[in-house]
Design a binder for this molecule. Sequence first.
Ligand code: PRX
Length: 646
Amino acid sequence: MSEALYPVPAALAADARITASTAAAMHALAASDPDTFWRQQAQRLDWITPFTKVDESSFNEADFGISWFADGQLNVSANCIDRHLATRGDQPAIIWEGDDPADSRVITYAQLHEEVCRFANVLKSHGVQRGDRVTLYLPMIPEAAFAMLACTRIGAVHSIVFAGFSPDSLASRIRDCDSRIVVTADEGLRGGKRVPLKANVDAALDHCSSVEKVIVVQRTGADVAMVAGRDLFYGPARDAAATDYAPQAMGAEDPLFILYTSGSTGTPKGVLHSTGGYLLWASMTHEHVFDYRPGEVYWCTADIGWVTGHSYVVYGPLANGATTLMFEGVPNYPDHSRFWQVCDKWNVSIFYTAPTALRALMREGDAYVQAASRASLRILGSVGEPINPEAWEWYHRIVGDGRCPIVDTWWQTETGGILIAPLPGATDLKPGSATLPLFGVHPLLVDAEGQELDGATEGNLCIAKSWPGQMRTVYGDHARFFQTYFTTYPGRYFTGDGARRDADGYYWITGRVDDVINVSGHRMGTAEVESALVAHAKVAEAAVVGMPHPIKGQGIYAYVTLNANEEPSDDLRKQLVAWVRNEIGPIATPDIIQFAPGLPKTRSGKIMRRILRKIAEGETGALGDISTLADPSVVEKLIADSQLAS
Ligand code: PRX
């Protein structure tokens, strides 16, 4: 790992929103008097009813619960829109850049107010009330942000399902939270290709009896089937709707949204975030980590179907009155220069993307980057997976012309926002390290037994104390919330990640230590892919592990045991790949399928994934002890066949 050090640029050290001395004072107050610290920070939001309570959280079983500012009341859309109207009603709130470079839209805060109110009225007229769950299955179009904010205006809880998920994945998420309303589009458009969203919804609804209304935004104008009485087009409803809607006062602890994410076991869980704590965290971290300054154009390339899109395309920037750029397209369409052309076109100051995109672009050569001036860029960000030092250096040297600090931000769907990241005006950078915890964040490393490790060391990453943006529960299963995150190391939140801490206290995230893999920054439970595989009529058993992949970070390596009488073939391999794409979505496409007549199991029948991981990594010389296997000879066969499969 690179140990190069990039000091804070002199200009930033002097005039960043948070300089080294401000940071030291804030860390000190957060440590010595957290109550005062959080009371002060929470003043960045507009409260309808001021809170008197602050942190009432506990990670211990006896009094377990997460609660912040519990008796305060606020409304998220009022914080993201209304309070900015007097000072920046005519400032762009959202710049939308379409898939086609000729397609764009600028939406001011005043227009955003009108659009969100109209959307809220449409939802209300179809029976959506405070507390109802509304499923959004939408492409990256402004209406996605309008719909999110409209839900918050009513106090309804949105559940966004990434528009790349299959009908089955959508159906299970609709069922889990019992949505009565789905908002979708006729089609999505990415890289010039159309995605049949409405048709996917129709297929999903064959398996969901709860849904009464489907609101369809017309993105491409495609001819789509509409079910009488159930489906309606958004356009005419929007035109007829009133342009004002009073924001609902919500308790700080009322649910804001559900977002499904993968874990190491079973089905995806509905991560539930709160109104007050979440918004505070999204807003604070957006300003602190990106050194956001009024008037700047800020661009996070994430899709709203992921948590990064929630916190850093919509809620954080809009709460701060920023101009946020929303991009419908992909980095390589019309060509590999697209990101940098968009930066020039809209004068982007802050650019936030994922290492997988950087690695893919790096491979295409520097000329695509240098075709654009990128003169407006000031801060660059990275999220979603560890950034390898080579990609970091390229991002810094080529994209940022050596001028722009890179903020490598570590966080998770569960954390609501960034927990470990540099502050551009205060933190010296080391390529590949997410650096130091933000204010009031208490990471610690533990060994397998839960013993806290001191100093420079490596271990499992836990967080010792609650922070306002922490998830509140797994929707509908509070016991699972406690069980998943707080029982491995009692009294601590366990992240599922491993990390190294160096002598300067910098954190280097080494990746997941559980059965979760990170494919192109998308989180995937190996169990989900396995259950999709075993649902195929010819498959008896499957074991899925991550493998190193030069662009995606991790790829999906599946070992498949066929039913007796079934013959392995290339054709069947292709069928299985297509099957998984169809069951879950293209992000779950297996990179390698290896037919395995036997899997390495202990005598009690547990699959030893450690061995499968090593084989997938090509490290067959370091398999460790295999003597506890019921049949050690399967390992030789797996190794021999792995050469054939790749
Ligand atoms: O393994 C860590 C990795 O992504 C996981 C969280 O995935 P998800 O909930 O989908 O959220 C992604 C967007 C925040 C983490 O457990 N991860 C995220 N950011 C980083 C990272 N690994 C290393 N460095 C990062 N900056």
